[in-house]
Design a protein around this ligand. Structure first.
Ligand SMILES: *[C@@H]1O[C@H](CO)[C@@H](O)[C@H](O)[C@H]1NC(C)=O
Ligand SMILES: *[C@@H]1O[C@H](CO)[C@@H](O)[C@H](O)[C@H]1NC(C)=O
Ligand SMILES: *[C@@H]1O[C@H](CO)[C@@H](O)[C@H](O)[C@H]1NC(C)=O
Length: 615
C-alpha cells in the first residue's frame, strides 16, 4: 500500500494533465526525476516498515520471518476475519484476554487478531458452597472479629479448591415464605438456627451447604472434591457419613421440598438437632471421602484439647483465634504434604538470572516455612497421619527445565524477551543492531524451559503450546504459579493457595534449607549489576517512548514464542485476579442483604461450651 500511497501523493502534486490538456504524469518528467522519485518512494516505504535506517541495525527480512511476521510489522497481511467480541471483565492493567476453547493454538493473535490480547482457556464453573452465619452484634468486638477471621479462612479454602463460597445470614432465611411459620413453632434456639440455615439455603437454591467449620483439606484433584466440583447432585439431598450436619448438597427443588416436609411434619418438642428432624427417607447418606475437615465439638475435645478449653471460657475470642490459627496451619500443612517433592523454582539460563527469580524464591521460602500453629505437631481431623511441618522437610530447588511431576510445585518467572536478553547477554542498551549481531538463538527461554518435555528439534509453536499446557492445563494450573519478571509482586497468593501464606520471618528451627542446584553465590557487585539491568529492563518493557517501543518490537519479533509465553502467563494471572475481584464485589451485595442478629446467642454458646461448635 505504501508505494502506491506515495505514487498518489506524487501524482497529486504533478497532475496527469497540464492546463492545456496534455498528459503530464510522472512519466512526463525527465528520467533523472523519475529515478529520484522512485528512490524516495523506496526509502519512505522502508522507513514505514522498519523505522529509521540506522547503520546495520535493520533486521533482515530473514530475521523477521521467524516464524511469521506479526501483523503490526506486516501491513500487507490479509485481514481474514473479524476480531472476537470483547468479553466482560477481560482486561486488567495492560493485559487483555479472550477466553475460548481454542486456547491451544500456538499464537493467540491468529484468533484474537490483536497481539496484545491473549487467548486463555474458558473459566471453570465454580459450584456454589453456602454457609450460614448468624451474626450476634451483642458479642464482644473481639469475638465478632475472630468469627469473621474464621469465615474468611472458610471462604479462602473453598475458593482455592475451585468453589464459589457464599456466606448467608438471617436476611436470606427471612426471604423464605416459611420463615414466619417456623418462628411460631417455638423451636429450641439451637435447632432454630439450623432451620433458619436451611431456609436460607432453600432461598438461594442448588449447591452445597457447609458448616463454616467444615473446610476442604486435600489435594485439588482428590476424587471427593472432583465429584463435588462437578456439581451434579442426586434427586435426594445428600449428606456425608460421619460428618453429621457439616455438609449437605442438593438441587433447589429438593431442598425446598425437604424443608417444607420438616416444617409441616417434624416433632419439634423433642428434636434437638437438624438430624432429628430430617426425613430419613429423603436423605441420601454417602460415605465421606476424607477430603473435608470438620472441626466440631467432639473433634476439638478429643484432638485439640487446649483450643477446646479456651473455647469454653466466658470470653471465647481467645479460643476462636486459636482455632483460626490451627485451621490455617492445617490447611498449610495439607498443601505442603500434597507437594512432598517440594517447590521447583524455574531458573533457565541460570548464570545471570538470580535477580529474575527473587520473587519466586521469596514466595517459595514462605510456602515451605512452618505456619504459626498452637499445636505444632497436630494433624487435620480428616488426615490423622499427616507429616507436621518441621521446616527442614520442605525443599526448594532451582530447575532449568520444567518438570511434570504431581508432587512437585513449580514457580515460574516468565521474562519479556527484552528482560531476558538484557540479563542473559548482560547488555543494558539493546538496539536492533545488537539483536542482529549478538543474539544467536530465537526463543531462548522457552527452549530451555521445555527441554525436558520435548525433543531438541521441536518447533517453537509446539513448545509454546506445551508451555500453555503447563500453565493452564487441567493438571498444570494446580501444580504451578507463574509470575512475570516485570511485575514486582504477586497479588492474591492467599486465595490461590487457600491459606494465609506466612509473611513473617521463620523461627530459626523452621528455616527451610537453602535451595539446591544454585550456582556459586553472586558477589555483591554481580548482584547489583543484575538488579540494575532488571530494573532498567522493567522500565523498557513499560515504556511508551517511540524509539524504545521499536527496539522492544524487534525483540518481540525475534522471539515470538517467548513473547507469546510472556503474554499468556501475564494474562493468566491477571484474569485470576479479576475473577476474584468480580466475586468479591458480588459478595459485598450479599453481606449488605444480611440482617442477622439473634437474641440469646451468647448465653446459648456458654451452655456446656457447646452451641456453635457442634451445630
Ligand atoms: C466486571 O464487569 C461488570 C459489568 O461489565 C462491571 O460492572 C464490573 O465493575 C467489572 N468488575 C471488575 C473488577 O472489573
Ligand atoms: C503433565 O502430566 C499430566 C498427566 O500426569 C498431563 O495431563 C499434562 O498434560 C502434563 N503437562 C505437560 C505440560 O506436559
Ligand atoms: C515472605 O516473607 C517475608 C518475611 O520473611 C516477607 O517480608 C515477604 O513479604 C513475604 N512474601 C510474600 C510474597 O508473602
Amino acid at each position: 500500500m505504501a508505494p502506491r500511497g506515495v505514487y498518489h501523493l506524487l501524482s497529486a502534486m504533478y497532475p496527469r494533465t497540464t492546463p492545456t490538456g496534455h498528459p503530464r504524469g510522472l512519466r512526463s518528467l525527465p528520467r533523472r526525476f523519475q529515478i529520484l522519485f522512485g528512490f524516495i518512494a523506496f526509502i519512505i516505504t522502508y522507513v514505514i516498515l522498519f523505522g529509521t535506517p540506522n547503520r546495520n541495525s535493520i533486521p533482515t527480512v530473514e530475521d523477521l520471518k521467524h516464524p511469521s511476521i506479526p501483523n503490526k510489522l506486516n501491513p500487507f497481511a490479509p485481514i481474514a476475519h473479524k476480531a472476537p467480541p470483547v468479553q466482560a471483565n477481560s482486561t486488567r492493567g495492560d493485559s487483555s484476554w479472550f477466553s475460548d476453547w481454542k486456547w491451544h493454538s500456538p499464537f493467540s493473535s491468529t484468533i484474537t487478531l490483536d497481539e496484545n490480547r491473549a487467548l486463555l482457556p474458558p473459566l471453570d464453573d465454580r459450584p456454589i458452597v453456602y454457609t450460614f452465619y448468624d451474626e450476634d452484634t451483642k458479642k464482644s468486638e473481639e469475638t465478632l472479629r475472630a468469627e469473621n477471621d474464621l469465615l474468611l479462612i472458610w471462604r479462602r479454602a473453598w475458593w482455592a479448591q475451585g468453589f464459589k463460597p457464599v456466606v448467608l445470614g438471617r436476611g436470606e432465611a427471612m426471604q423464605n415464605p416459611l420463615y414466619g411459620a417456623m418462628q411460631r413453632m417455638g423451636i429450641q434456639p439451637e435447632l432454630e438456627v439450623e432451620i433458619a440455615k436451611w431456609l436460607a439455603w432453600a432461598t438461594m437454591g442448588t449447591g452445597i451447604l457447609s458448616n463454616w467449620l467444615a473446610l476442604p483439606m486435600a489435594a485439588y484433584d482428590h476424587p471427593e472434591l472432583v465429584s463435588l466440583r462437578r456439581g451434579e447432585f442426586l434427586t435426594k439431598i445428600t449428606s456425608l457419613d460421619k460428618m453429621q450436619s457439616a455438609i449437605f448438597y442438593g438441587e433447589r427443588e429438593t431442598i425446598r421440598k425437604t424443608i417444607e416436609t420438616i416444617i409441616r411434619k417434624a416433632d419439634f418438642k423433642t428434636a434437638k438437632t437438624i438430624m432429628d428432624v430430617l426425613p430419613k427417607d429423603e436423605i441420601n447418606v454417602e460415605k465421606s471421602g476424607g477430603a473435608i475437615a470438620y472441626y466440631d465439638g467432639t473433634v476439638l475435645e478429643s484432638k485439640y484439647k487446649s483450643v477446646f478449653e479456651d473455647l469454653r471460657k466466658d470470653d471465647k475470642a481467645n479460643g476462636l483465634n486459636k482455632l483460626a490459627t490451627l485451621i490455617n496451619a492445617h490447611l498449610h500443612t495439607t498443601w505442603q504434604n500434597s507437594f512432598s517433592s517440594g517447590i521447583a523454582i524455574l531458573k533457565p539460563l541460570p548464570q545471570h538470572t538470580s535477580a529474575l527469580v527473587e520473587n519466586a524464591l521469596d514466595i517459595a521460602r514462605n510456602l515451605t516455612q512452618c505456619p504459626l500453629n498452637p499445636l505444632p505437631t497436630s494433624c487435620p481431623p480428616n488426615h490423622r497421619k499427616c507429616t507436621p511441618c518441621t521446616g527442614s522437610g520442605n525443599t526448594i530447588a532451582y530447575h532449568s527445565h520444567y518438570q511434570n511431576k504431581t508432587t512437585l510445585f513449580t514457580i515460574g518467572t516468565v521474562p519479556h524477551p527484552y528482560t531476558l536478553a538484557s540479563l542473559h547477554y548482560q547488555q543494558d542498551a539493546i538496539t536492533a543492531q545488537t539483536v542482529r549481531r549478538d543474539f544467536k538463538t530465537h526463543d531462548l527461554w522457552l527452549e530451555e524451559v521445555t527441554a525436558d518435555l520435548l525433543p531438541a528439534k521441536t518447533s517453537a509453536e509446539a513448545r509454546v503450546v506445551r508451555f500453555k499446557e503447563a500453565v493452564a492445563g487441567i493438571h498444570g494450573r494446580h501444580h504451578s504459579l507463574w509470575l512475570t519478571a516485570e511485575r514486582e509482586r504477586a497479588a492474591d497468593l492467599d486465595w490461590l493457595f487457600g491459606f494465609k501464606v506466612p509473611d513473617f520471618p521463620p523461627f530459626d528451627r523452621d528455616r527451610p534449607a537453602a535451595p539446591k542446584g544454585d550456582f556459586a553465590p553472586l558477589s555483591d557487585a554481580e548482584a547489583q549489576a543484575e538488579h540494575a539491568l532488571l530494573s532498567k529492563a522493567r522500565d523498557v518493557v513499560r515504556s511508551s517512548v517511540h524509539e524504545v517501543v521499536r527496539v522492544r518490537d524487534v525483540l518481540e519479533a525475534w522471539s515470538l514464542a517467548d513473547t507469546e509465553a510472556w503474554r499468556f502467563a501475564k494474562a493468566w494471572s491477571a484474569r485470576r485476579k479479576v475473577e476474584r475481584d468480580v466475586w468479591e464485589q458480588g459478595e459485598k451485595g450479599f453481606a449488605g442483604a444480611e440482617g442477622g442478629r439473634r437474641e440469646g446467642w451468647v448465653e446459648e454458646g456458654k451452655k456446656e461450651g457447646k452451641g456453635r461448635w457442634d451445630d
